[in-house]
Ligand binder design. Structure first.
Ligand code: PMP
Length: 356
């Protein structure tokens, strides 16, 4: 027997979306941005001095932290940066959810939350969303060890009003409430404005979606200085140099190009609204997305079959084989041209299914 197995941390890992590498493909499966990062990011890339890579990066990532502080009108002591928001969220679970009571999150949400809870042995309870994937605030009013909510939620795309978040915060002054705003730049109201009022609120965002930098891995948390200080202490007990020199430079360049950010997020929102109309015409049903994806089901077209048919054409969307959502596809918003190709395929597919 392999006795050493008794000493291994048993985990059920998160399964990331597939990253296919086809020369001609339409990739609508991992909520990336279809547009390139800001031209300022490319400029910063060319200006990077390879000689300097022999040095360790700034452990505080001050340049990026300060750029974010300016952008979100908070103090630099209120900003924590990490290697994608997955890193920030994982560290936040480790830092803030140690009370022994179950933490709460919806039954349908970002599927990494239960993985981190499992990894750190944090007890958790899920609260069911209703039939339309809406959250019942009162489900979060009882005693708990902390709360994590994605807003807009994933994979549904549905945003909850800020007043709902406020009421949840009001009922939970003694635990940390994490609001994961990975998709907030495409709709919904950010909870950043509530930070001055709530010392237990941590808002987490990412550069992977609205800033087109999924490949660089940058995420950040905003909160009152005491919370950020706790996160930094844990980070420095784990790995001082999480942010590499390139990420700091490129991330700073991206935050500083507000005009480009507005232009590209605006284009994605416009394409999303058009895609909603087209999907409705084809008979799809979906929660009203405030994100850069649409979570759609069709009463006559089984999701898995459509997913597979799309895949054969190198059009990738995401299918989750899980209870309650296995008849849905999560479709990331691409460029107008990509969505036209996707929609044309689906139109054709639906016509063939009707004919057969
Ligand atoms: N939160 C949610 C809700 C997400 O969908 C994702 C993307 N998988 C993340 C966080 C993590 O994104 P990243 O680590 O790229 O910042």
């Amino acid at each position: 027997m392999q006795k050493w197995r008794d000493n291994v941390r048993a985990v059920v890992p998160y399964v990331p979306g597939e990253q296919p590498n086809q020369p001609r493909m339409i990739k609508l499966n991992t909520n990336e941005n279809p547009y390139p990062p800001s031209p300022r990011v490319e400029e910063a890339l060319w200006q990077m001095d390879a000689q300097k890579l022999r040095l360790y990066p700034d452990p505080a990532a001050a340049e990026l932290t300060e750029a974010l502080a300016r952008r979100y009108e908070v103090a630099p002591e209120q900003v924590f940066v990490g290697v994608g928001s997955d890193d920030v969220l994982a560290l936040s679970f480790l830092t803030f959810f140690n009370g022994g009571k179950p933490i709460l999150f919806p039954d349908i949400t970002y599927s990494f939350y239960d993985v981190w809870a499992g990894l750190y042995r944090i007890p958790y309870c899920t609260r069911p969303l209703d039939e339309e994937f809406r959250l019942a605030e009162a489900d979060y009013f009882g005693e708990n060890g902390g709360i994590v909510l994605a807003n807009p939620n994933a994979p549904t795309g549905l945003a909850m009003p800020l007043e709902g978040i406020r009421r949840i915060l009001d009922h939970n002054r003694d635990v940390i409430v994490i609001v994961d705003e990975a998709y907030i730049d495409f709709g919904g109201e950010s909870a950043v404005s509530l930070i001055p009022e709530y010392d237990n609120l941590l808002v987490v965002q990412t550069f992977s979606k609205s800033r087109s930098l999924a490949g660089v891995r940058i995420g950040f948390a905003l909160g009152q200085p005491e919370l950020i200080c706790c996160l930094r202490d844990v980070k420095y007990s784990f790995n001082s140099y999480t942010m590499n020199a390139a990420a700091i430079k490129l991330g700073t360049a991206a935050v500083e190009d507000e005009a480009y950010f507005r232009e590209t997020t605006g284009k994605i929102i416009a394409t999303r609204e058009r895609t909603k109309e087209e999907l409705s015409k084809l008979g799809f049903l979906f929660p009203d997305s405030s994100s850069n994806f649409i979570f759609a089901t069709h009463p006559q077209l089984p999701a898995r079959k459509l997913f597979e048919a799309l895949r054969e054409e190198h059009i990738y969307v995401r299918y989750f084989d899980r209870p309650r959502i296995d008849s849905y596809l999560r479709i990331t918003i691409g460029t107008d041209q990509e969505m036209d190709i996707f929609l044309a395929f689906v139109r054709d597919y639906a016509a063939k299914q009707n004919g057969s």
